[in-house]
Every structure is written in C-alpha cells, then in structure tokens.
Design a protein around this ligand. Structure first.
Ligand SMILES: *Cc1c(COP(=O)(O)O)cnc(C)c1O
Length: 397
C-alpha cells in the first residue's frame, strides 16, 4: 500500500479530498473499508519485528487499521497537527484526552459552559480518582489566572460554547496554562477545523466529536484527538491501544467521505446561519439572538482575532419561557427537533429540557441558558425555506 502525494502546501479544501489516502495493490479510486481484526505476517521474524515496532505496519485493529489510519492522517493534515488518534465517539476523545494528562492529586480548570457529558466527566467521574477541578467563567481571564495552581495539569474548554455560543480567547488561556506547566485542551466542535486552529493559537491538544460537522449527515459517531507526536506518544498512544475506544473501520470510512465535502457544507451552512441571524435580529418575539459572526456578539473582538468565520449555529431566546419555546418548536414544519448539530438537515434543540436538563435552574441561569433559549443548527436546505419556517413559527408564539 502506498500513500498518495500529500504536499503540505495544498489548501484545506484540497487536503480534505486527498490527504492521507492509502491505496492497495488494486489502486482503488475511493478509500477502501478494511474490515479485519488483524493482519498476517510473512514470517515469524516479520511478526516479531512488527510487534517490537522495529518495522512499521499494522498489528491489530484495536491499535490501528488502514481505514482509521486514513481518517487520522486526513484530520492531522487538515488541522496542521503532527499526529491524530481516532476514537469511537466524541466523548471517548474528550475523556481520554483528559485522562491521559492527569493522575491522582492533579487539578483541572475548565470553563463551566461545557457540553453536558464533558462536564460530567470532570465533575462526577475524574473526581472519583482524586483529580480535583475548578470551573470558571471562560470569558473572565482573571478567573482562569486565579484558578490555576501548581497541581493544575489541564485547562479545558470549548469555544464557541454550547449552547450560548460564547467565545474564549484561546491564545490568552494557553499562556495562562503554560505559565503553570499545564496543557490547554480545546474542544473545537463548534468552530470546525476550517474556522479555528487552536494548535496554531497555542493550545496543546484539540478534540472533536466527528459525529457533528465531520460526518455532517447524521450517520455515525466518531471522535479524534490531535496533538504533537510527543504529546500523543507520552500521554495517549498506550492509553488508547490498551483500553481500546477504537473507531470501527466502517465509521472511519463514513467520516473520511464526510471530510471530502466538509468545506462546501460548512461554508454553505455558515452563510445560511449568517443570513438567518440577520433576519432574526431585533425580532419582536425574541429577547436575545446570539451569532458569532455578527458585530453585536459579546466577544466580537475575539471572534475577529481567532476565527475565520462565524458558525453554522445560532442561539436565540423566545419570549414566554419554556411555554413560548415549545409553542415555537411545535409550529416548525421543516426544521427538525433533535439534539445533533452540524447536519445537512436543519435541527433545533431546547437545551433546558434536553442537553442541560441535568443542571439546576441556578446553574443554567449562571450559563445564560434561559427557559426560552433554543439552539438552531443550519442545514443545507435553501436559506429562504429555513427562514420562512422560523418566521412562521414565531408568529405562533
Ligand atoms: C457532541 C459533542 C461532544 C460529544 O460527542 P459524541 O460524538 O456525541 O460523543 C463533545 N463536545 C461537544 C462540543 C459536542 O458538541
């Protein structure tokens, strides 16, 4: 099998289509799905050399597999990372990205506006093993500075956040992390690899749920951890091989094909979201409308500094709390009520009763998640059809 030429100077759109492709002796056009648990060796000596790592090659599909390998290589080329490791879900990526960096007695500082399961991993799971944590308001750089201490090994955040689309200063927070010898881990799902490059801004580790924009058509789960060869080698290589949260070959193949169209989908979905945000701004049935691409976004200066474009997502708060939001959701005809995002189909979520149900009303208030807040993920439909559906449903509130 040979790797296709993959010059680093190709632009992201080109890397999305070609980077990491491995072709077998049949020279297949499309990437192949290697459904095999293991590999045979030419000789006992060859087997011994592969196991000892003296010669490269696949050994066992819990470790790696050519289809998974192609996905990892394509993601690394896109992100500008030295190395990548694919996982079976976004949460497997986040959990291992954190667990690989800490041991009992260590401390994590994280922004409190986190995807629900990420917050659970820090608050309820890692704390079982003697890893303490401090949750801070991610916008407040002084809060990060005050929270770090000599036991701090990890700073963790997502930006833009779910669901209120707050934006945090990656370069400034990376500097705070490095000041105490800690590593910054960024969950980059909402920005996508196209619009924000945390490693270039100083982050040490980037994680994705590939379930979102990377698949982009609601088919499979997947995740990926990206970092330098050294960080992957020191913190993740053995953890992932020995514990086995491996991405199955079929899912890796779906995600590889998803990557081929990522740029066209995300560009179109972002243009749609920007147009819809402009149409919704100031609407008399809304108390708030948040879109990272607009000048009225609370962190518009940071957006300008670290992101190439806005987002495929919009958050807005409907008058009348939960009742108003439910009346609006139930009046939608095209946009689907669900909790995924980044899909070809436009999707809408009510965080208070779904993704953030576990939090207390006080914790939600602290995060700016009111009972009338909804999160819209713009799809590939005609923008006017999406806008008309939203505006007609708002009339019903
Ligand atoms: C969805 C999501 C995850 C978890 O990913 P799964 O693929 O569902 O496990 C983590 N972080 C963010 C920001 C997400 O949106």
């Amino acid at each position: 099998m040979s790797a296709s030429n993959d010059p680093k100077n190709y632009r992201p759109e080109t890397r999305l289509v070609h980077a990491g492709t491995l072709r077998s002796q049949f020279n297949e056009m499309s990437e192949a799905i290697y459904l095999t648990q293991g590999y045979r060796y030419e000789s006992a000596e060859d087997c011994e050399a592969r196991f000892s790592g003296k010669i490269p090659g696949y050994v066992y599909s819990r470790y790696s597999n050519p289809t998974m390998d192609m996905f990892e290589k394509r993601m690394a080329a896109l992100e500008g990372a030295e190395a990548a490791r694919a996982t079976v879900s976004g949460m497997a990526a986040v959990t291992n990205a954190l667990m690989g960096l800490v041991r009992a007695g260590d401390h994590i500082v994280a922004a409190k506006a986190l995807f629900g399961s990420c917050r659970w991993v820090i608050e309820d799971w890692l704390s079982r093993f003697g890893v303490t944590f401090t949750l801070v308001d991610g916008v407040d750089l002084d809060a990060w500075r005050k929270a770090v201490r000599k036991e701090t090994k990890v700073l963790f955040m997502e930006t833009p956040t779910n669901p209120t689309l707050e934006v945090y200063d990656i370069a400034a927070i990376a500097e705070i992390a490095h000041g105490v010898g800690a590593k910054l881990v960024v969950d980059n799902v909402f920005a996508t690899p196209l619009y924000q490059s945390p490693l270039q801004l100083g982050a040490d580790v980037v994680v994705y749920s590939a379930t979102k924009h990377i698949d982009g058509q609601g088919r499979v789960l997947g995740g990926v951890i990206l970092a330098s060869e050294k960080i992957i080698g020191d913190h993740y290589h053995n953890l992932l091989r020995q514990t086995g949260p491996t991405l199955p070959p079929f899912n890796a193949w779906v995600l590889l094909k998803g990557l081929e169209t990522l740029a066209v989908r995300v560009e179109r979905q972002t243009a749609t979201a920007a147009a819809i945000a402009d149409r919704l701004a100031g609407h008399d049935k809304l108390t708030r409308m948040i879109y990272p691409g607009r000048a009225d976004h609370p962190q518009a200066d940071i957006v300008k500094k670290q992101m190439k474009a806005g987002s495929t997502l919009i958050a807005f708060e409907i008058k009348g709390g939960k009742e108003g939001a439910f009346r609006f959701l139930n009046a939608l005809k095209l946009i689907l009520i669900t909790n995924n995002l980044g899909d070809a189909k436009s999707l809408i979520t009510h965080p208070t009763t779904t993704t953030h149900q576990r939090l207390t009303p006080e914790q939600r208030a602290e995060l700016g998640i009111g009972d009338g807040l909804v999160r819209l993920s713009c799809g590939l439909e005609h923008p006017d059809d999406i806008a008309e559906d939203l505006l007609a449903a708002l009339e019903k509130v």
